[in-house]
Design a protein around this ligand. Structure first.
Ligand code: GLA
Length: 380
């Protein structure tokens, strides 16, 4: 991976890179839309991600290349103008550069930059957080600054919220930053406070990516964000995480019906995350699986961010032997389903799920059997 990146960098820019970093994609294990509501969430960094290489220039020019696009984007070092069209992927590193001064950190001036990815896009595995964190690491290394991992994570989120323009929480960047092999990352998003929970042995992740994406996906995410904030404000709390399920239940009649459904999803989902931590610590994978599937049903019926394709996958998977549970992973409105399975679920079982889906929808979902992996790392 590192050798391939050095080769591609050298082919693009005619010299080797000075700094290389890699950051993983993530699976949202459980905790759907809880992050920006101040709740808890569990995620896993996976063994696929984004790698970034950089070499400094002293002529005030920044050049951005990627293995996903043939064209190199060239910008003056003093320009932080948001890019449109095929060059819009550069908004992720640009957003990080724009965020650095907000954390009293310096951005490098001129440089050549190249990014490669082995993450499938549109699978809800957060390639955006991975590119933000890998970019942050090389920018900081190139300017000899070493802020804490928590600051790196916050820089990534700041880039996403303020430059890219998505009102996401800290889940994606937090998991990419604090990931560990054979562990899940637990985030109490209000601190935020980051921790890890060991993954019981014999637990496997399978991702089924539908490659479907709602046309209005960004607007729908923002709309859910607004509905949650409306619920909190109508109930006189700062964030929905301030309420227990029983407290919300007693006051549901104060909310319009739809807003009440969104609030119930969030408050009950936070309780499911906390129950999952307990079950994981007890090695109770069957119990964890039930919580995962319950999370999906709540997304389906209360938060209404699922789709018929995702529901079909969850229905099929949960009726398949060796599956503990299944749920949509990530923002929803398309994307992927994650299944937690035992070691006897293999390609033959996955193929049966694919065949059933293909018969119904005419296209095959992409299947990934992923492992957990380390968090964002500076490699050289
Ligand atoms: C997206 C966002 C995250 C989180 C999830 C839903 O992945 O980027 O911050 O809100 O959706 O849980």
């Amino acid at each position: 991976m590192k050798d391939a990146l050095v080769r591609q960098f050298s082919e693009a820019f005619g010299r080797p890179p000075q700094f290389i970093a890699r950051a993983p994609g993530r699976i949202e294990f459980i905790g759907n839309h809880t992050d920006y509501n101040g709740g808890t969430v569990l995620g896993a960094a996976i063994d696929r991600g984004v790698s970034v290489a950089l070499a400094l220039r002293d002529d005030g020019v920044r050049r951005f290349g990627s293995d996903q696009r043939s064209q190199v984007v060239t910008l003056p070092a003093d320009s932080l103008e948001k890019q449109q069209g095929p060059g819009s992927w550069v908004n992720y590193p640009l957003g990080v550069l724009a965020a650095l001064p907000e954390f009293s950190l310096r951005a490098p001036a001129g440089f050549d930059y190249f990014a490669t990815s082995d993450l499938p896009t549109g699978a809800g595995l957060s390639s955006s957080a991975a590119i933000e964190l890998a970019s942050g690491l090389v920018f900081l290394a190139a300017t000899q600054q070493e802020p804490s991992r928590e600051t790196l994570v916050k820089i990534g989120r700041h880039a996403e919220n303020h430059f890219v323009g998505v009102p996401c929480g800290i889940l994606d960047q937090g998991v990419s930053g604090f990931g560990q092999q054979d562990a899940l990352v637990f985030i109490d998003c209000r601190g935020p406070r980051f921790d890890t929970v060991p993954l019981p042995s014999g637990a496997h992740f399978w991702i089924f990516n539908t490659h479907t994406k709602h046309a209005l996906i960004d607007g729908l995410y923002a709309a859910r964000h607004r509905e949650c904030m409306e619920a909190a404000s109508k109930l006189g709390v700062k964030l929905l995480a301030d309420l227990t399920p029983a407290q919300l239940e007693a006051r549901l009649s104060e909310l319009p019906e739809v807003v009440g459904k969104r609030a119930r999803h969030i408050v009950e989902e936070i309780a499911r995350v906390d129950a999952s931590v307990v079950a994981l610590r007890q090695g109770d994978l069957a119990g964890v699986g039930q919580l995962l599937t319950a999370s999906h049903r709540s997304s389906q019926h209360l938060f209404e961010n699922s789709t018929p394709e995702l529901d079909f996958l969850v229905d099929t998977l949960t009726a398949t032997p060796h599956v503990f549970g299944a749920r949509l992973t990530g923002g929803g409105f398309g994307g992927a389903v994650m299944a937690l399975t035992d070691e006897h679920f293999g390609s033959a079982q996955a193929e049966q799920v694919v065949a059933a889906y293909t018969k119904k929808y005419g296209t095959a979902p992409e299947v990934l059997h992923t492992r957990t992996g380390p968090g964002a790392t500076l490699l050289s």
